[in-house]
Design a protein around this ligand. Structure first.
Ligand code: ADP
Ligand code: TRP
Length: 321
C-alpha cells in the first residue's frame, strides 16, 4: 500500500505536530510503503526570501530525520529534486477546469485575508495533484484542512482517466479520527498561529518558561485537584504509559502538590522524551552534507517511478518523446 505525504517546511515544530502527525508517519513507515517529501515548491508560494526558504527546507529535513523518519524504511526526498513533478503539473493543468480551483477553500481563505494572490497560489492544488498522482499513491493521510485538495486531485485524475483510460491511480484521503487535538498553553488547540506552542527543539530554559505559562485553575496546593480538565495533565498524558498515567492521577487526587510541581514534572517528561531526537539533531546540524545526500538518494528512488509514469502520461496526451 503506497502512502504519500508532503510536508511544508515552515519553521519550528511543536508537540502538537509531533503527536498529531509525525508519530503517525513513524508508524506508517513500518506498515506501508511510505513516500514522504518536503514540499519546497509549495512553500515558494508564500516564501519570498530565498535564504529563509533554503534554511527552512534543510531544517525541516533535519527535524524529520531527528524525530524518526528513517530513509531506510521510507522514501524521503525533496520535492524539487524530482523535476518530473513540474512536467506533470503542466500536463494536469490542461485537464483542470478553472471552476475546480476557484472553489478551493484554502485559496479563497487566503484571498479573504488580504494575501495578494499569485498564480502559483491559485494552482497550488494542481501541483499537489501532481505530487500524489506521479507516484501512484493510494492513500494520502491529511489534516481536515487538506481534504479538499485530495478531492480536487481525485476529480482531476478521474477526468484524465475518462479520456485516456486507467492511467492514474485514484487516491483516497485518510483523516485519523483517533488523533486527539493537543492543547496549547492556554488550553486552545496548540498552533503556531495562536502563539501557544511548546516547541520540540527549544532550550531547557525556554521549555521551563513555556510549561510555566500553562493555564491552570487556582486550587490551593494542599487540596486534591481535578486532572480531567487540567492542561498540564492532558499534555503529560502524551508522554506516559498506562501506569504512569494512573500514578499521576493519584498525585492529583491526593493533594499536597501544586500545579508548579506538575509543571516541573511535565517539563522533565518532555525534555527526556525528546533527548534522543535532540542528540541526533545536534549531529545532523553539524553534518548537513549528509542530510543533503539522504534527500538526493531518496529522490533517486522516487525518480525511478516518476520517470516511468511520465513516459506513459506524455505518450498518452501526445507529447512527442
Ligand atoms: P499549526 O497549526 O501549528 O500551523 P500545521 O497546520 O502546520 O500546524 O500542522 C501540521 C500537522 O500537525 C497537521 O497534520 C496537523 O493536523 C498537526 N497538528 C498541528 N497542531 C496540532 C494539534 N494541536 N493537535 C494535533 N495535531 C496537530
Ligand atoms: N499542502 C500540504 C500542506 O500544506 C503539503 C503537501 C504538498 C501535500 N503536496 C502534498 C500533502 C501531497 C499531501 C500530499 O500541508
Amino acid at each position: 500500500m503506497r502512502v504519500l505525504t508532503g510536508i511544508q517546511p515552515s519553521g519550528a515544530l511543536h508537540i502538537g505536530n509531533y503527536f498529531g502527525a509525525i508519530k503517525q508517519m513513524k508508524d506508517l513507515q513500518n506498515s506501508s510503503d511510505l513516500f514522504i517529501f518536503i514540499a519546497n515548491y509549495h512553500a515558494l508560494t508564500s516564501s519570498k526570501e530565498s535564504g529563509a526558504l533554503k534554511a527552512n527546507t534543510l531544517d525541516a529535513a533535519i527535524n524529520f530525520l531527528s524525530l524518526g523518519i528513517d530513509p531506510n524504511k521510507s522514501t524521503f526526498w525533496l520535492q524539487s529534486d524530482v523535476k518530473e513533478v513540474l512536467e506533470l503539473y503542466w500536463v494536469l493543468s490542461s485537464f483542470t477546469p478553472m471552476g475546480l480551483l476557484e472553489r478551493a477553500h484554502s485559496y479563497k481563505d487566503k484571498v479573504a485575508k488580504g494575501i495578494s494572490a499569485n498564480h502559483a497560489l491559485f494552482s497550488y492544488p494542481v501541483l499537489m495533484a501532481a505530487d500524489i498522482l506521479l507516484y501512484d499513491s493510494q492513500i494520502v493521510p491529511v489534516g481536515k484542512d487538506q481534504i479538499q485538495h485530495v478531492e480536487i486531485t481525485r476529480d482531476i485524475a478521474i477526468k484524465f482517466n475518462n479520456i485516456f483510460g486507467d492511467i492514474l491511480t485514484i487516491p483516497e484521503f485518510k483523516v485519523d479520527e483517533n488523533v486527539a487535538t493537543v492543547p496549547g498553553l492556554d488550553g486552545a488547540k496548540m498552533s503556531k498561529s495562536y502563539g501557544n506552542t511548546i516547541d520540540i527543539f527549544c532550550s531547557q530554559k525556554e521549555l521551563k518558561k513555556a510549561t510555566g505559562k500553562i493555564v491552570t485553575d487556582s486550587t490551593p496546593l494542599e487540596e486534591p485537584k481535578y486532572y480531567e480538565d487540567c492542561n498540564v495533565f492532558a499534555l503529560a498524558k502524551l508522554f506516559l504509559d498506562e501506569d504512569g498515567i494512573e500514578e499521576l492521577k493519584e498525585r492529583y487526587k491526593r493533594g499536597g502538590e501544586g500545579y508548579g510541581h506538575f509543571k516541573i514534572y511535565l517539563k522533565e517528561l518532555i525534555w527526556d522524551y525528546f533527548e534522543p531526537a535532540r542528540q541526533k539533531r545536534e549531529y545532523l546540524l553539524k553534518h548537513s552534507d549528509e542530510v543533503r545526500d539522504i534527500l538526493r538518494d531518496g529522490a533517486k528512488k522516487a525518480r525511478v517511478i516518476a520517470v516511468e509514469k511520465m513516459e506513459i502520461i506524455k505518450d498518452k496526451v501526445g507529447i512527442l518523446c
